[in-house]
Design a protein around this ligand. Structure first.
Ligand code: M6R
Length: 608
């Protein structure tokens, strides 16, 4: 969370910083700020305010602040409310700082260094600035080294010292910083989205290394003062794919991109009708030598894991646990060297997932991650990686990342079944053929999106809604409900519909909106009975049903009905997810909300 940028080069820093902050805003958007360093003759100037980067731009209008060196920040609040004082950058004495992460021992540091009366904000960051200032005696390296030894928690700190104009320092633990030096100057940022307008070449600042950037370039040192060589990598997505492409919101663009994203993700990974991960360098032993699988992930990625679980259990008859990454290690999980831990994450930076993965590895597990952002922390920590080729996902609500995660899971299940002999070659060909059909099927749902838009109007003013289904339909609805909640602010519960009668049905009254998904043959009759149960209590039901399971002669009193193109039952999650994404999108848009940046959220969650 929080977006960080730093720039030194021939251009006007203010413009570069503001543009970069706009690109990084999806990491947090409670407040924004920049600090400009224009040489010895002027003190470092800080411009900051609560609100969006657009508010900061207005705040900067007319300000003469010039200079070719500066740092910037877009905040997701952790310590202290959303107000101007708590916005970054923070200044203390000689030190100006921006920070991403959490300094867990900030209270102890405050007491130890008697800072209480001198601080102007409620943030942990200002405490870090004060500690840096305490240790600063003219040697930035010594001050940074001594400070990081005192800090507990995660941090990406970017620092300027008043008496070192034109120089930016950075250091990190867990929270990411990437950097580059190119024709336009030297830059660092929380992620490559902010750099790839200028270059496709960047490196990840290693943990507990000090980065120094000035006009003559950048240098990297380890904590003992030894120079380290940056390991440059190439970013594999084109920045034009990170704009809205004519759509009003990134989310709509990203929903529409799914057929191509799926094509990219599966193409090159199927050889003679069998999934093959040679291009990814993933050895078969990882799939044959494990006795059980644990998936660790958060939010949408965890919902993808639930679909993976159902598939592995049914196609491989293997035990799979899916765990919220944030709960995993605290439940004393049983993990050994026969466990394959699969970490799923769009950003590859979710700290709970990263920590869960590290924990499982320490217990001896082998690891594989499914990641969208190349070179991200979780990818680097895993033994092997399968990248989803969704391209940049900017909207906070995850869409194409989820369906490409599913695509990788389908490929993985078929590869495992092939290697372990639990499916015949014919069955695998049929399964893989069905996966290849997903893009076309999604296109057909997308072409009827205006029908879904009509249903959105029916729930626009609802305070609560229920989503009901069983088996894989329930997994789909968990994701659909998260989507609706996070961007429309309608309280939505996904419910295993067989469970309703054990309590929750008490909440169904006249016109309660209920969204039902019915796509699984073995559950069809039971799901329809559960739907009748809520209808007879007055619920107003919108039904998403597999086309061939819909009988025209049946009930007519639906609030809305959408038929999902036929696929094998285990693939119905694909068209159903697209339909539910569209529903959430239209509700949010019609409510006039900021679809891409829902309140209180951030795209990348790097605090525990
Ligand atoms: O980057 P990750 O996939 O690890 O992120 C995990 C969750 O934070 C994320 O999926 C979140 O739930 C989405 N906002 C949901 O749309």
């Amino acid at each position: 969370m929080c977006g960080i940028i730093g720039y030194i080069g021939p251009k006007e820093a203010k413009d570069i910083l503001l543009d970069a902050l706009e690109l990084l805003e999806y990491r947090g958007y409670d407040s924004a700020g920049i600090a400009l360093n224009s040489g010895f003759e002027n003190p470092i100037e800080v411009l900051k305010c609560a609100g969006r980067v657009s508010d900061l731009r207005k705040r900067c209008e007319g300000d003469k602040g010039k200079g070719n060196c500066g740092i910037g920040h877009t905040r997701w609040a952790t310590h202290g409310g959303v107000c101007d004082e708590n916005a970054h950058p923070h200044q203390f004495g000689n030190v100006t700082v921006v920070h991403n992460g959490i300094i867990e021992n900030y209270k102890e540091l405050m007491e130890h260094y008697h800072l209480a009366g001198d601080l102007t904000s409620q943030t942990d960051t200002e405490v870090a600035a004060a500690v840096l200032n305490h240790f600063y005696q003219g040697d930035p390296y010594a001050a940074i080294r001594k400070t990081v030894l005192k800090l507990k928690g995660t941090f990406a700190l970017v620092i300027m010292f008043e008496d070192r104009p034109g120089t930016i320092y950075a250091v990190r633990n867990v929270s990411p910083i990437v950097a580059t030096c190119c024709e336009e100057g030297c830059m660092l940022a929380s992620d490559v989205t902010a750099l790839c307008r200028f270059t496709n070449s960047y490196f990840v600042v290693p943990e507990f290394h000090v980065l120094e950037m000035n006009e003559s370039g950048l240098k990297l040192y380890d904590m003992s003062g030894e120079e380290a060589i940056p390991q440059y990598m190439t970013v594999d997505w084109d920045v034009s794919r990170a704009d809205k492409g004519g759509y009003p919101f990134y989310m709509e663009k990203e929903i529409m991109e799914q057929p191509d994203a799926i094509r990219r993700t599966i193409e090159g990974r199927i050889v003679n009708g069998i999934p093959d991960f040679s291009v990814d360098g993933v050895p078969d032993e990882i799939f044959t030598e494990c006795e059980r699988v644990i998936v660790v992930a958060c939010g949408t990625a965890m919902h993808a894991g639930l679909v993976g679980q159902a598939l592995i259990q049914s196609k491989l008859r293997m035990h799979v646990d899916v765990e919220y990454a944030s709960e995993f290690m605290y439940a004393d999980p049983v993990v050994d060297d026969k466990t394959l831990v699969i970490a799923i994450s769009q950003s590859g930076e979710t700290i709970d997932t990263l920590e869960a993965l590290k924990y499982a590895k320490k217990q001896g597990a082998r690891s594989l991650s499914i990641i969208n952002v190349r070179g991200a922390s979780i990818a680097r920590e895993s033994d092997y990686v399968l990248y989803t080729l969704a391209g940049p996902e900017i909207a906070v609500a995850s869409t194409k990342a989820y369906t490409t995660q599913l695509a990788v899971l389908y490929l993985m299940v078929a590869r495992m079944a092939y290697l372990r002999g639990t499916m015949s070659i014919e069955e695998i060909h049929e399964f893989v053929g069905e996966l290849a059909r997903v893009p076309k099927v999604m296109e057909s749902v997308l072409s009827r999106r205006q029908d879904i838009h009509k249903f959105a109007r029916a729930i626009l003013n609802a305070k609560d809604a229920f989503m009901i289904g069983r088996g894989l339909d329930y997994s789909i609805l968990l994701e659909g409900s998260l989507k609706l909640k996070e961007i429309s602010y309608i309280h939505t519960e996904a419910y295993a519909s067989g469970e309703l009668k054990h309590g929750t049905i008490a909440l169904i009254t006249e016109n309660t909106p209920v969204i039902a998904v019915v796509t699984q043959k073995k559950l069809h009759d039971k799901e329809m009975s559960n739907i009748r149960e809520v209808k007879s209590r007055g619920a107003s039901v919108t039904l998403f049903i597999k086309e061939s399971y819909f009988s025209q002669e049946g009930e007519q009193d639906w609030s809305g009905i959408f038929t999902l193109p036929d696929m094998l039952d285990e693939f119905m999650v694909m068209p159903a997810s697209v339909a539910l994404q569209l529903l959430a999108y239209y509700v949010s848009m019609d409510k006039g909300l900021d679809v891409d940046k829902p309140r209180n959220l951030a795209k990348v969650v790097t605090v525990e």
